[in-house]
Design a protein around this ligand. Structure first.
Ligand SMILES: C[S@@+](CC[C@H](N)C(=O)[O-])C[C@H]1O[C@@H](n2cnc3c(N)ncnc32)[C@H](O)[C@@H]1O
Length: 267
């Protein structure tokens, strides 16, 4: 039996609500609604994040030939998941998900029950030594060959006090050369622009509510999380602008520019 506290919001459930999923409670939907009040295109930005994950995975599995993925902060299976995308391109691709939300773990385990190439690890991604030493991670991922590490929509839930750059350094050090890192993060240019104002308002909603996290960082701060990697074209951009599948049919909304992504390769 999964113990779910429905009196406080959870990151995974609020995100599920942003994506229009069903695995969320009133407390999560209230926060989603307050976010959308400040940033009307926030739900589109959440969908952009999933599409970014899809395009990155298709690229890494299909073009680069990466066949092992360590996906930190997998989220609820609202949309197509990393293993489904990677294994469609390469049926032998191995995916290990890491998350610490009880509902995510329950869903993940049920989803992956019959799949011997996809695995779930219940761990705190802010403790890289524990994640990297986890027996499932060690058994399923071969750290002598290139892999892809995902931190998609995770590090903005890690406070400055927890030192996300130091956390990432531990992960990056463990990756063999030729590995890739995909990262998506909430963005505040802190330049007095309208985008900066919207970002600050949403941050206030996220951090002062029972969600308790959701820090928007500058491009410079976000790029520190991939320090030492070769950043792929087109660099750190709104997730919707990272190799879109075609010309944009409608202009990007303001709040869609507050969710940025980057992919780097370890030389
Ligand atoms: C915003 S969701 C992103 C989900 C997915 N990566 C995506 O982009 O669609 C963030 C996920 O990270 C997980 N998460 C947040 N902090 C975590 C931590 N310290 N350890 C493990 N998982 C964490 C949450 O439970 C949630 O499922």
């Amino acid at each position: 039996m999964v113990e779910i506290d429905t009196s406080v919001a959870s990151i995974a459930r609020v995100y599920d609500a942003m994506l229009g999923g069903k695995d969320n409670y009133e407390v999560d939907r209230e926060i989603r609604d307050r976010i959308v009040e400040c940033a009307p295109e926030a739900m589109a930005a959440a969908r952009d994040g999933r599409s970014f994950l899809l395009r990155v995975t298709r690229y890494l599995a299909g073009v680069v030939g990466i066949d092992q993925f360590l996906d930190c902060g997998s989220g609820l299976p609202t949309a197509e998941n990393t293993h489904e995308i990677a294994q469609r391109v390469n049926p032998d691709a191995v995916v290990v998900y890491v998350d610490n939300d009880p509902l995510v773990l329950a869903h993940g385990r049920a989803l992956l029950d019959a799949d011997e190439r996809s695995h779930f690890v219940a761990a705190d991604l802010t403790r890289p030594a524990e994640v990297l030493a986890d027996p499932v991670v060690r058994a399923k991922i071969d750290f002598s060959r290139p892999l892809a590490l995902y931190q998609i929509g995770t590090l903005h839930h890690v406070s400055d006090e927890q030192d996300p750059a130091a956390i990432m350094r531990r992960y990056l050090d463990a990756l063999p050369a030729g590995s890739y890192v995909a990262l998506a993060h909430l963005f505040n240019p802190r330049d007095g622009s309208e985008l900066a104002e919207v970002a600050a308002r949403v941050e206030q909603v996220c951090t002062s509510s029972s969600l308790g996290s959701g820090w928007f960082r500058t491009g410079e701060q976000i790029l520190r999380f991939v320090d030492g990697l070769e950043v792929l074209e087109p660099g750190l951009v709104p997730v919707a602008d990272w190799w879109p599948t075609g010309p944009r049919a409608t202009p990007l909304g303001l709040s869609q520019r507050a969710y940025v992504g980057v992919v780097g390769r370890k030389p």
